[in-house]
Ligand binder design. Structure first.
Ligand code: NAD
Ligand code: WQD
Length: 339
């Protein structure tokens, strides 16, 4: 059974390709390598013994996307990861973000409809909830106006899926709303490859411990949280990858209850920045050099998932303990550090 994975050499995509192949699926990847590296395929092959099929092109190219589907008539389902994802960059380059993230989804959906591919899993984000009034957030928690063009592309893509599902009754679409993905494959063959100075907490932290950055800035300790630092739901990337396999199986087995569904994919636990630093130190025996600085503009105070629906409907539950996730991340950073 062949699954088409867009953005499959990226961070979450590559871990998902591993889980798909280890679950018996065949995979074909398309990526334009704008934020990933062809060597990721070596890592996937090292773990699974199988090199996935790969084509390099830009999914905003409608003709190239159509030609690809025309050549791959055996695709049964699509997982659409390909997107630009840097929140700050999206504020300064809104048109590039809207073009890339909306047009790539549109082209994939147009070709799916034309070539009769019925099943799609889409990468959405907890960013669609913004600062929710009630925590934890359930799938029924109202979405809020996005704070950034990036966040807005996720909300708009969800709306496209919802509207399409209303008329294309035999297309089956699932959006997974990821919370904060972290971690790396325990083999240290694949992991996150941040470009330039990382914006996200974990790559900044591990690069600080590796001596690449001088000090981690903790953005604010005056929030209304137990220790004053913001709270997030950090989900292990392998758990997240497995959620995609479960979602694909649900669609292929016709177990979905509606032809557009969306699920929160998190652990259900809120963890503060300081708690995460402590857990990293415990997991690795390494000291994190950090200092508290002012708040970062646009940060929300706290968010974590109610995962009841994913647990009961999808039959999926996060399982990797946080210290293990952090130990895996450090193993990956050490490998990167050695070049
Ligand atoms: P990533 O940048 O590592 O992977 C995305 C991949 O898509 C990259 O390999 C990139 O080269 C490719 N790509 C981008 N635009 C493309 C295009 N037009 N054509 C072909 N390939 C293209 O990012 P990731 O962290 O793996 O994220 C995967 C998805 O999950 C994205 O849609 C992202 O918005 C979403 N998401 C990520 C997070 C997170 O914190 N990492 C959280 C929630 C949602
Ligand atoms: C986590 C916490 C920071 C860096 C982003 C996107 C969101 C989603 C996930 C895609 C916050 C603090 C961070 C640092 C710090 N992505 N921090 N020092 O902001 O929760 O979410 O990634 O959909 O849309 O916005 O993740 O890792 O940047 O921050 O203190 O150097 O770490 O203030 O509290 P965030 P993050």
């Amino acid at each position: 059974m062949k699954v088409f994975v867009t953005g499959g050499t990226g961070y979450i995509g590559s871990h998902t390709v591993v889980e798909l192949q280890q679950s018996g699926f065949e995979v074909v990847i398309v990526d334009n390598l704008c934020n990933s590296n062809i060597q990721v395929l070596d890592g996937i092959e090292k773990i699974t013994g199988v090199r996935p099929e790969f084509e390099q092109f830009d999914l905003t190219d409608e003709k190239a996307t159509r030609d690809f589907f025309a050549r791959h008539r055996d695709i049964k389902a699509v997982i659409h990861f390909a997107a630009l994802k840097a929140v700050g960059e999206s504020v300064s380059m809104p048109l590039e973000y809207y073009k890339n993230n909306l047009n790539s989804l549109m082209n994939v959906l147009l070709s799916m409809r034309e070539f009769g591919v019925k099943n799609l899993v889409f990468s959405s984000s907890c960013t669609v909830y913004g600062q929710a009034d009630v925590l934890p957030v359930t799938e029924q928690t109202p979405r809020k106006q996005a704070e950034s063009p990036y966040g807005n592309t996720k909300a708009m893509c969800e709306d496209i899926l919802r509207d399409l599902a209303k008329v294309e009754k035999d297309m089956n679409l699932i959006a997974l709303r990821y919370f904060n993905p972290i971690g790396a494959h325990p083999s240290a063959c694949i992991g996150e490859l941040p470009n330039g100075v990382p914006n996200n907490l974990i790559p900044y932290l591990t690069q600080t411990v590796a001596g690449i950055r001088e000090q981690l800035s903790v953005f604010g300790n005056d929030y209304n949280t137990p220790d004053g630092t913001p709270v997030r739901d950090y989900i292990d990337v392998i758990d997240l990858a497995k959620a995609h396999v479960v979602a694909i199986r649900r669609l292929l087995d016709g177990k979905n209850k509606a032809n557009y569904e969306y699920f929160n994919i998190g652990t259900g636990n809120g963890v503060s920045v300081l708690e995460l630093i402590q857990a990293f130190e415990k997991a690795t025996g390494k000291k994190v050099n950090y200092k508290i600085v002012g708040r970062r503009a646009g940060d929300i105070e706290k968010v974590w998932a109610d995962t009841t629906v994913a647990n009961t409907e999808l039959g999926w539950k996060a399982g990797v303990p946080l210290v293990e996730t952090l130990a895996n991340t450090w193993r990956w950073q050490e490998k990167l550090g050695k070049g």
